[in-house]
Design a protein around this ligand. Structure first.
Ligand SMILES: NC(=O)c1ccc[n+]([C@@H]2O[C@H](COP(=O)([O-])OP(=O)(O)OC[C@H]3O[C@@H](n4cnc5c(N)ncnc54)[C@H](OP(=O)(O)O)[C@@H]3O)[C@@H](O)[C@H]2O)c1
Length: 297
C-alpha cells in the first residue's frame, strides 16, 4: 500500500509546487499524495479537520498553510495567530489522537536578525513582529502537542513560479520602470519552493526525524544583491529585454509596517547531514525558477 500523505495549503506557492511535483511524477511511487486547498480543508476549523482527515487517514501531513502577509499581520494579529498558531495546534491535536506524523514549515522571521553568523536550529528565537510571533507560537504548540511525531522545517526568502514573491515582483518592476531601489542592508538566503518541496517529500517518504531543521538554498545576500542576480538571469534567459539601474537602499529609506531581521541567514548543515537532499545553490535554483516562468509566458 502506498504511504498516504496530505498536503494542506494547496493554493499557496509551496502547496502548488508540491502538487506540480506529484503531477510530474517526481514523487516516489510509494507515495499517495492528496493536496488540499483552503476550501477543501480550513485548518482553523477543527470539525472540518476531523471529518476530512478522518476519511483520508493520512500517515503524514505536510502543512503548507500560513498567514504570510508580514505587513498586514501587524494590524490583523488575531487572524495571523488563528492560522499560524491555532491552525497548527488543530492539526497537531488530530495527529496526536489519530497517529501519523506532521511536517510543518516555519520561517527565519522567528529570529531578531541581530546575529552575525548563520542561525542554527538551536539558536534562541526572538521574533520582531506579529507574523514571526505567530509562527513561533505555532512551532511551540506543535512541539508541546506532538513532540515526537513532528518536525519543523524553517525556511527563508521563499519564491517560485506561483503566487506573489520577490522574484516575480522584481521581474515585473524591471520591465515596467526605468529605475528601481532595493534594500541592501537586510541579508538572508533565497530558497526556491522546489528544493524545499523535494526535502519535505524526502522526509515524508522515508527519512522522517523529529526536531527543527533549517532549509535554504545557501548563500548570504542582500535583497539588492538578489535583485541584481534576478536581473542578470532575466536578461540572460530573455525574460527581460532591457537593463535598468538598480539602486541600493537602506531599510530607513524603505519603511514598512513590520520590522524585518537585518540578518536572517540560517545554518542548513544539520539538515544536509541528516537527509539525502542536494546541496542546492541559490543562483542555480533562481535560474531554474526563471526558466519555469519563461515557459509559463
Ligand atoms: N513566502 C516566504 O517568503 C516565506 C519565507 C519563509 C517561510 N515561509 C513559510 O513557508 C510556508 C509556505 O509559504 P508560502 O509562501 O507557500 O505561502 P503562501 O503562498 O502565502 O500560501 C499559504 C496558503 O495558505 C492558505 N491558507 C491560509 N489560511 C488557511 C486556512 N485557515 N486553512 C487552509 N489554508 C489556508 C492560503 O490559502 P488561500 O490561497 O486561499 O489564501 C494559501 O494558499 C509557510 O509556512 C510560510 O510561513 C514563507
Amino acid at each position: 500500500m502506498p504511504r498516504k500523505i496530505v498536503v494542506t495549503g494547496g493554493n499557496g506557492q509551496l502547496g502548488k509546487t508540491l502538487s506540480a511535483l506529484c503531477e510530474a511524477g517526481a514523487k516516489p511511487a510509494v507515495l499517495d499524495v492528496a493536496v488540499l486547498d483552503r476550501q477543501q480543508l480550513d485548518i482553523t476549523d477543527s470539525i472540518a479537520i476531523a471529518s476530512v482527515l478522518g476519511s483520508l487517514k493520512p500517515e503524514c501531513i505536510i502543512n503548507a498553510v500560513a498567514y504570510t502577509q508580514v505587513d498586514k499581520a501587524e494590524s490583523d494579529s488575531e487572524r495571523a495567530f488563528a492560522i499560524n498558531e491555532t491552525g497548527v495546534a488543530n492539526l497537531a491535536s488530530w495527529v496526536a489522537a489519530n497517529g501519523g506524523t506532521l511536517l510543518h514549515v516555519s520561517t527565519d522571521f522567528v529570529f531578531d536578525g541581530k546575529a552575525t553568523r548563520p542561525y542554527t536550529a538551536d539558536a534562541a528565537a526572538m521574533p520582531m513582529g506579529i507574523y514571526g510571533r505567530s509562527k513561533l507560537a505555532g512551532e511551540q504548540q506543535l512541539r508541546r502537542l506532538l513532540p515526537i511525531n513532528s518536525a519543523i522545517v524553517r525556511t527563508s526568502w521563499l519564491y517560485s513560479e506561483y503566487g506573489n514573491n520577490f522574484v516575480k515582483t522584481m521581474l515585473r518592476l524591471m520591465s515596467e520602470r526605468d529605475e528601481i531601489g532595493v534594500v541592501n542592508d537586510q541579508v538572508g538566503s533565497p530558497t526556491s519552493t522546489h528544493s524545499l518541496a523535494a526535502l519535505l517529500l524526502t522526509m515524508a517518504h522515508r527519512q522522517f526525524q523529529s526536531g527543527i531543521f533549517h532549509w535554504t538554498d545557501g548563500g548570504a545576500v542582500s535583497w539588492y544583491e538578489f535583485a541584481l542576480q534576478i536581473q542578470r538571469e532575466g536578461l540572460q534567459q530573455g525574460l527581460l529585454t532591457r537593463k535598468i539601474p538598480v539602486r541600493p537602499l537602506t531599510t530607513a529609506e524603505y519603511p514598512t509596517p513590520a520590522r524585518r531581521p537585518a540578518y536572517s541567514v540560517m545554518d542548513r548543515r544539520r539538515t544536509l547531514s541528516r537527509f539525502s537532499c542536494p546541496r542546492t545553490s541559490w543562483e542555480q535554483e533562481l535560474a531554474r525558477v526563471i526558466t519555469g516562468l519563461k515557459q509559463q509566458n
